[in-house]
Ligand binder design. Structure first.
Ligand code: NAG
Ligand code: NAG
Length: 154
């Protein structure tokens, strides 16, 4: 008798959990974010790249991190890139930011945040940031066109 009572209270707890937490989360996610083939961003493996497209043989220093990961300092030779992969958490709080510097200028920017417009630009998979002489561009993968997002600060 005792055991039966206990297990039914576990069911009630589980049902309460689903109604209170899991269900609204899914509802929320599907309402705002499931734009591409009904995929949830949480199930996608995201890739972020920083590409050195500076002219005159300049190196690009990068330091990217999230609240959980520090990707360290990289010194990218011309034409090379740093790429990393991750999955977003279910709390929609995954955030990466990067500090880039070249000769006499630097810039600090968010390279990943939870935003369906960004996800569209990344084609729901690859966010490619391209450092050029006038600033940092995000590659528009569907049009293979780069859009200027951040300018260097001198
Ligand atoms: C990054 O570099 C690798 C190795 O050279 C290359 O295969 C890949 O296409 C590059 N990625 C980007 C986004 O440029
Ligand atoms: C990509 O660029 C094209 C041409 O400017 C634009 O119409 C389209 O909205 C862009 N796509 C995204 C996802 O920003």
């Amino acid at each position: 008798m005792e055991g039966k009572k206990q297990s039914s209270s576990i069911y009630i707890f589980a049902l309460g959990f689903i109604l209170a937490f899991a269900f609204p989360t899914l509802l929320n996610a599907s309402r705002f974010y499931a734009r591409k083939d009904h995929l949830f961003p949480e199930f996608i493996k995201w890739h972020i790249s920083i590409v050195n497209s500076l002219s005159y043989d300049q190196n690009l220093f990068t330091h990217c991190k999230s609240t959980d990961d520090d990707l360290g300092i990289n010194n990218l030779s011309p034409g090379s890139n740093i790429t990393w992969s991750f999955r977003t958490d279910f709390f929609h709080s995954t955030l990466f930011w990067c500090y880039l510097s070249k000769d006499s200028a630097s810039v600090q920017f968010q390279s990943f945040w939870y935003d369906s417009r960004l996800f569209n630009k990344c084609n729901w998979k690859n966010c490619i940031w391209v450092a050029k002489d006038d600033g940092v561009y995000l590659k528009n993968l569907s049009q293979s066109r780069d859009e200027l997002y951040y300018q260097w600060e001198f």
